[in-house]
Design a protein around this ligand. Structure first.
Ligand SMILES: [Zn+2]
Length: 483
């Protein structure tokens, strides 16, 4: 029997700052363990925290981008618990007065799983947010048999917690939510939001009920989810599992389960009875923040959201909705596209070349657009050669391949070295005359309307030419002469 599914997500996202939340240790990933530590982030007695203003500003920027409001005063609280990765025995976080309240994340169509894009149940949905607060990340523990290793390099990294309302209704919406959120955070340069590097981590709360009028069912929390596709699989598994239980009259209890990606199933970790009482209280070491001056500073930094960018690309540069969604999906890519544009080249052609050729090559090499060796100016010069007829599309692709390997070279010089240049007008005319004279029966057929034989005649001219002219140009010359 189908049930109504209700999902809420808690996303932890590392804020991209140079230093940690409460000390001046560098934030790092992959460095030698325990090399970025100090008395504050090691939680030594008596060490006092100092706020990282950049982390606060970036969190507020994230809030502004997704329409949150900010309370006049925001403050810090201690969440008390014991665990070896948090030696202070409390995490400094925000409880009742977080930096951001409310807001919503738009679900972009192209952020749904590819196999689901034709069945989107709620197009243009916006997922309501409850809050975004700022806290500190814990140390990273690695468990080896009976011992555990702890690396404090991560301890104290600024961590935003983005809490959604229970506003999602399927695994696919959760997938789209995380992808859309990732794009927004990247667009604002708030976080690289790379799940593989643990910069974005997510807990899923999921409950089922029979009718919309029923109260929400007891929620089951899923942990240990380390990729967006794993989250989709875990939610599917959990919907199935809870549905089977409910069909057999077994009620769910509030519980936490861990996802085992290898086995493709969730396993019970603990039930509500084991829930902690964190005994929150205001942090006596940190003053509350007056938010108004910070908001004023951050507001002008709010960038265009991906969907606003896409709409502008469509309207101003005539690219298709699909192209616009691709180009706006990454801020580096959007910037690259805009830097390549020139009044003499239709935006659609720039978009095509970037999406079909440039991105294809970068993907093959496993390189991101931000590390693209070809400067936008060089690509623009190449596209101008294509647009003014010097290069045919396939020739432009060959020039691009060389340019990619030798990005310091000039596209026109590469075209020259490959023998691609507009043939001397006089030579070309003469060759066209010759081809017409040598192939009378084909010429007759073309004159009678057989356009296909134009390609044959073009081939004859190309073969005879000393350079490699643009075949399109040759065809046009022949057409002008014969039709
Ligand atoms: Zn430190």
């Amino acid at each position: 029997m189908p049930y109504l599914v209700t999902i809420g997500l808690e996303v932890h996202c590392q804020v991209k700052t140079r230093t940690k939340m409460f000390c001046s240790c560098r934030t790092s990933f992959g460095d030698e363990p325990n090399t970025h530590t100090c008395p504050v982030c090691l939680g030594l007695p008596g060490a006092l925290p100092v706020l990282n203003q950049a982390a606060i500003e970036k969190t507020m920027l994230a809030g502004l981008m997704v329409g949150c409001s900010t309370p006049e005063i925001s403050k810090w609280d201690r969440k008390n618990y014991f665990y070896p990765d948090m030696p202070k025995n409390y995490q400094t976080t925000q409880m009742d007065l977080p930096l951001c309240i409310g807001g919503g994340v738009p679900l972009y169509d192209h952020c749904y799983p590819t196999d689901h894009r034709k069945q989107i149940a709620n197009p243009n949905k916006e997922v309501k947010l409850n809050r975004i607060h700022l806290e500190e990340d814990v140390a990273k523990s690695t468990h080896l048999g009976n011992s555990s290793l702890i690396d404090f390099n991560r301890a104290g990294t600024p961590l935003m917690e983005i809490v959604s309302e229970p506003d999602l209704e399927s695994a696919e919406e959760a997938f789209a939510y995380l992808r859309s959120l990732q794009m927004i955070l990247q667009q604002g340069d708030i976080s690289d939001a790379d799940m593989e590097k643990g910069q974005l981590r997510c807990d899923v709360n999921i409950s089922l009920r029979k009718n919309a009028s029923d109260p929400l069912g007891p929620k089951v929390e899923l942990k240990n989810l380390n990729s967006i596709s794993a989250i989709r699989r875990a939610i599917h598994f959990e919907i199935e599992r809870q549905s089977e239980d409910l069909d057999r009259g077994i009620l769910q209890i509030q519980s936490t389960r861990r996802w085992d990606d290898d086995r493709g199933e969730t396993q019970l970790m603990r039930t509500k009875e084991d829930a902690h009482d964190y005994r929150y209280f205001s942090c006596p070491d940190l003053l509350p923040i007056r938010t108004a001056p910070l908001l004023e500073k951050v507001r002008p930094l709010v960038p265009e959201l991906p969907h606003e960018l896409a709409a502008r690309f469509e309207k101003d540069f005539g690219v298709t909705a699909y192209d616009a969604s691709v180009l706006s999906s990454d801020r580096h890519l959007a910037r690259y596209f805009e830097a390549t544009l020139a009044p003499s080249i239709p935006g659609k052609k720039v978009a095509n070349f970037i999406i079909n050729n440039l991105l294809g090559t970068l993907n093959e090499q496993g390189i991101g657009i931000d590390a693209c060796p070809v400067a936008p100016e060089k690509l623009r010069a190449l596209l101008v050669l294509m647009e003014n007829g010097t290069l045919a599309a396939n020739q432009a692709r060959e020039v691009f391949a060389v340019l990619y390997e030798s990005p310091e070279k000039d596209p026109a010089a590469i075209a020259d070295s490959l023998g691609f240049k507009a043939a001397d007008a006089g030579e070309l005319e003469a060759l066209v005359d010759q081809a017409i004279a040598n192939n009378p029966s084909e010429v007759e057929a073309v004159k009678a309307g057989n356009e296909k034989l134009l390609n044959f005649l073009t081939g004859q001219v190309m073969k005879a030419a000393s350079t490699k002219p643009n075949p399109k140009q040759v065809t046009e010359l022949l057409r002008a002469r014969l039709m």
